[in-house]
Structures are given as C-alpha cells and as structure tokens.
Design a protein around this ligand. Sequence first.
Ligand code: SAM
Length: 299
Amino acid sequence: MLAPRAGGVYLDGTFGGGGYARAILDSASCSLFAIDRDPAAVQRAHEFAKDYPNRFTICEGRISNLSSLLDACGASELDGAVFDLGVSSYQIDDPSRGFSFRVDGPLNMQMGSSGLDAAQIVNFCTESELADILFKYGDEKAARKIAKVIIERRKTQKFETTSDLAGVIRSVVRPDKSGIDPATRSFQALRIAVNEELSDIEAALVQAADLLAPGGRLVVVSFHSLEDRIVKQFFAAETGRAPGASRHNPAGMLRQTKPRFSLVTKAAVGPDDAEMRANPRARSAKMRVMERLGERLAA
Ligand SMILES: C[S@@+](CC[C@H](N)C(=O)[O-])C[C@H]1O[C@@H](n2cnc3c(N)ncnc32)[C@H](O)[C@@H]1O
C-alpha cells in the first residue's frame, strides 16, 4: 500500500522492532526516516541502521513532533509515511515495562522515558479523574466502580505492580461471555493516558499530511476504535468527505475544505485469515490509506 519507489523518501513513524522499516527498505532503493519515542526501540534501530548504510535514519522522539524531528535531519518532503500505532510486542512482552496484566511488573506503561507513569496516575489522580480516564480511553462501563475501589485501596496501600492493580479490578468487574480479562479495558485506558496517545496521533496525522508530496501515500494501521475513529475522521476531512460535527471530532484536525487527498482503500482493511493465524495480535488491526493529489514533479 505504501508502494515505495527507488529514490523516494519515506517515514516510518513507529519503528518498534523494525519489521515495517525492513520491508520498506527491501522493497525499493529508497531512503527511510524512522521515529520512535522508546529508547529501547531506538537502540535496536541503531543496530538495524548498519544493514542499510546511507539509507536509514532514526530519530528519537514523539510523532507529535515529527515535523521538527524531520526538519532537524534535513527532510522537508516525503513520498510516503506509515504509522503502525500502539505498543510493540517488545513492550508488551517485557514485564519490566509494566504494560501487561498477565505477568507481574512495575506499574509503569511508559513508551518513552518522560512524563507520568501509570503508578502516578493510579495513586494520585482524583476519583473522578480516574473514572474519566477509564471511561474515555477504555470504554469501561464499570469505570466509577473501579475508580472507587482503587481510591479505597490506596488509602492503606499504594499500587506498585500490574498484578496488584489487575487483581483489584477483577475483584469488582466480573468476566463477561467474551472471555476477555476484566482488567483489559482499564489497562488500555491507563496506557493511553500515560502516553497521551490520542493527541499524539492527531498531531502526527496533520504534520505527515502536510509533508507528503503529490502521489505520496499515508498508511495508518490502528488497533482499537479510539485510534481508528481519529484516522477515519481525519481521512474523511482530507478527502472532502468531512463528517458533521460530533463530540468525537478532535478539535483542529478537520480544517480542510478543499480535498488534498484521495482514498486508496474505500474502507478500513483488516488482516486475512492466514495473517490472523500467523500473527494473532494482528486480529484487531485496521489499515487506512490515502494518497496526496496532484502531479508528481519528475525526479
Ligand atoms: C506497534 S509498534 C510498531 C511495530 C513496527 N511496525 C514493526 O514492524 O516492528 C509501535 C511503536 O511505535 C512507538 N510509538 C507509539 N506511539 C508513539 C508516539 N506517539 N511517538 C513515537 N513513537 C511512538 C512505540 O514505542 C512502538 O515502538
């Protein structure tokens, strides 16, 4: 979908383990700038760079700063950009990062190395702030109940570990028929709040769209409805199909009146059965693609 071409300049906004980056660099003799806010991912990228001399540059930072990160590297225009949103398998599978309720770890959940961690939110937010986070970012119907029990418990003992928090959540939320762990939605909510994920996505889409040259594609893979809603609405606005105002319309994103892009995929594309079997974590992925309008100047 990104369709890299020789001589083109691309952005992988979410380097992670470098799977996308390698696929892009192997598919055409192009150059690639990559971003990740996670110092461990950046470390991996420095190793990765040795395989692609003079074609690959890693920038440590947040995608909400992508314009200035790319500017500092001398990249002023892109022939394509891709974002594979959310946490990486490296992050989920490392108990010391505190993303998982399945294995015990410190209540951290930071993708980067600055800002609040999950323990600070859980131990110091007010009851209504906590309930709002769980409801808004986790779609958790029992948000108020969970916030209440957290506040009660932390009066005697602060939360330090993922399994402690998951245990307290499970004590008030019964599993439903889906078989999904009752702590899942709360953990997703805390992770999104800790990393300010949604506002970063909004800012990144706006900046990437501005940097794309005619013919350049923006490819975004999201993993839950909050992410996908932002992508869908942004794509609608940029392709001249802006939806009417709604409480979900992120302020400042829907500013286009004249379309600058056309949709490449009419609807979101999900993984096929074979991919889901090979990579069960892809099951909730949704990919959306649009292309910048206009004539590409000859290279
Ligand atoms: C799903 S993984 C990407 C996996 C990658 N496509 C691969 O093939 O290995 C997402 C990565 O993006 C990073 N990330 C997520 N949100 C970010 C943000 N707002 N700014 C910078 N990096 C971010 C995470 O640290 C993580 O390493």
